[in-house]
Design a protein around this ligand. Structure first.
Ligand code: CUA
Length: 344
């Protein structure tokens, strides 16, 4: 018979923090539920009507009583608020250094991509004692990537990147669920996260990738789709050169500026006329329908890693694993006066 458990494992640094807050809320609720119930019963007995013509004594208020029943709930509510806010911020703010893994939700499966090239479906390998950040999107409808044992989850939203982070503390296998109703087989949209020691994870990562890293796959695609024709400088250049684009401030034809984050790169590939870079004609065709979410991730990964300071990058420069790029989704303020050119 399977072991009956009220709670999943506490397998991340955030799990005990979430649980402790939850237990506190339950304890406060239980205490007052018992107190109120007991008062109702005791008072009903003690102050019951004893004769047909008995009338209650009028009450004219009590300042002390009112201060107490206002003050105590106020203090309790403030404790819950401050405590809850601190846990919330710990969950939504990943540390500066994270291991980034991409997740794509699809009816009805989870697809994961490691930057080193490994791809997984409904199975995710992560190292223990490492801050892991999932960068999440969806190919079709709303999903929600949920790690019960880590006590974190986030919506997977089509057309957008969201993120969630965790630091798994115990090697083992744990559930992955979809926590947003997404169609007939929503309840079957599950998976397994395998937490390994960092050494085992490194060994697992180095095993059997033939397609190259995510960035190398992006580079190949960049050439295949002929992005390189217009975005590489030289005689055929018709769009902005993309070196050093990621994280920079881009000046648009309509006078606005935008920070080149992942969402901007994604939009510029799928809907190039949405934000046209100043100084360039709106001639880029859309790649909507021609590239999958996974291919978009690899293109983004490639473009993110293009080093600044070279006017004409050479295809083929990514022979080494992609260096850790600037954190995704995080707006980097521009620090230099020079405006890097960008693509429409
Ligand atoms: Cu995907 Cu529910």
């Amino acid at each position: 018979m399977p072991e009956f458990r009220l709670f999943p494992d506490q397998a991340s640094t955030l799990a005990p923090r979430v649980d402790n807050l939850y237990f506190f809320l339950i304890a406060v609720s239980a205490f007052f539920a018992v107190l109120v119930t007991a008062a109702v019963i005791v008072f009903a007995i003690k102050y019951r009507r004893r004769s047909e013509d008995e009338v209650g004594v009028p009450i004219h208020g009590s300042l002390a009583l009112e201060l107490i029943w206002t003050g105590i709930p106020f203090i309790l509510a403030m404790v819950m608020f401050v405590w809850g806010a601190s846990v919330y911020f710990a969950i939504v703010r990943p540390p500066a250094e994270t291991l980034d893994i991409y997740a794509v939700g699809k009816q009805w499966m989870w697809k994961f991509q490691h930057r080193e090239g490994q791809r997984e479906i409904n199975m995710l390998h992560v190292p223990a004692n490492t801050a892991v950040r999932m960068i999440i999107t969806s190919e079709d409808v709303l999903h929600d990537l949920y790690f019960p044992s880590f006590r974190v989850k986030t919506d997977a939203i089509p057309g957008r990147y969201t993120q969630v982070w965790f630091n798994a503390t115990k090697p083992g296998t744990y559930h992955i669920f979809c926590a947003e109703y997404c169609g007939t087989r929503h309840s079957a949209m599950t998976g397994t996260v395998v937490v390994m020691s960092p050494e085992d994870y490194a060994a697992w990562l180095s095993g059997g990738v033939t397609e190259g890293t995510l960035g190398q796959r992006g580079e190949k695609l960049f050439t295949q789709l002929a992005c390189s024709t217009c975005h590489m400088g030289g005689d055929t250049q018709r769009g902005p050169v993309l070196n050093g684009l990621f994280g920079s401030t881009v000046h648009l034809a309509n006078g606005e500026t935008v920070t080149a984050d992942e969402a901007y790169i994604r939009e510029s590939i799928l809907n190039p006329t949405a934000k046209v870079v100043a100084g360039f004609p709106p001639i880029m065709p859309t790649f909507q329908g021609q590239v999958s979410e996974e291919q978009l991730l690899s293109l983004t990964e490639y473009i993110k890693a293009l080093p600044a300071g070279k006017s004409a990058p050479g295809v083929g420069q990514l022979t080494e694993p992609v260096p850790q790029a600037a954190p995704v989704l995080q707006m980097k303020p521009q620090t230099t006066g020079a405006q890097p050119e960008s693509k429409p």
